[in-house]
Design a protein. Structure first.
Length: 252
């Protein structure tokens, strides 16, 4: 199965049927995990991507624990309820996934997806307790649109920790979790995952060029309008699919 050519105006399809929308989200979620796997992320069982259920808004879908990210299919997804229990699908979850994601989904009814894993540059950068500076085009996507979770709880053992993360995130698209790594959210799974990869690239630039010269506020704000919108995150995901997942039907 190939991919159609992208138009600059392409964006998430509008799906009104609940069952069809659920199937769409589950497919995109499995593809998101595949992208993380292709990038060699989550190899130690660390990390998770969530997708809100379109009918039960206080439930979300995750990959069951133990499935390698590069091999996730729709059948590997489980539905997690408000109490952190699996209510549909077979298997169990990394409990930290519920502790982090459920409070974020509750605090942000505007989002569909949240993503977090431990990456080569995002994790060490998070130990510096610094915000991103507009030193690259990619970093401008997060200009005045990311926050810092300044808390020593790196092993999030309860939803109280997740609530503090949600409070730190606020209305932003991403948050740097002190000594822990990166987290992004999105109105679609595509947007969330696309911006997560871009956020990791931004952390890489900061680690490799710690004294990099930043551009001015006006130029950064202008670049943000070009590379930081919802549709930009969606487009990044499409490129990631083309690059890393030759057959999108592999997750069905």
């Amino acid at each position: 199965m190939g991919y159609p050519l992208l138009s600059p105006h392409d964006y998430e399809p509008e799906i009104t049927d609940v069952d069809a929308l659920r199937a769409h989200r589950k497919t995109r979620l499995a593809l998101g995990y595949r992208i993380f796997g292709a990038l060699k992320w989550g190899a130690l069982g660390d990390g998770h991507i969530s997708a809100r259920d379109p009918e039960r808004a206080d439930h979300f879908w995750l990959a069951r624990y133990g499935t390698p990210f590069h091999a996730v299919t729709v059948d590997d997804l489980v539905l997690v309820g408000p109490e952190g229990t699996v209510v549909e699908g077979e298997g169990w979850i990394n409990q930290a996934a519920h502790n982090i994601h459920w409070p974020i989904h509750e605090a942000r009814p505007d989002i569909v997806s949240a993503a977090h894993t431990h990456t080569p540059y995002g994790t060490p950068f998070s130990a510096l307790l610094e915000r991103f500076r507009p030193i690259t085009q990619e970093s401008c996507a997060f200009y005045e649109d990311h926050e810092i979770f300044d808390d020593e709880e790196v092993d999030v053992r309860s939803t109280d920790g997740g609530k503090r993360i949600a409070a730190a995130l606020g209305r932003a698209k991403g948050v740097i979790l002190r000594n822990h790594g990166l987290l992004t959210v999105g109105q679609t799974i595509d947007e969330c995952v696309g911006f997560y990869v871009l956020m990791e690239r931004t952390a890489e630039a900061h680690m490799k060029a710690p004294d990099g010269l930043a551009i001015g506020e006006e130029a950064a704000a202008e670049a943000y309008r070009s590379v930081g919108g919802h549709n930009s995150g969606w487009h990044y995901f499409q490129w990631l699919l083309r690059t890393y997942i030759p057959d999108p039907g592999v997750v069905g």
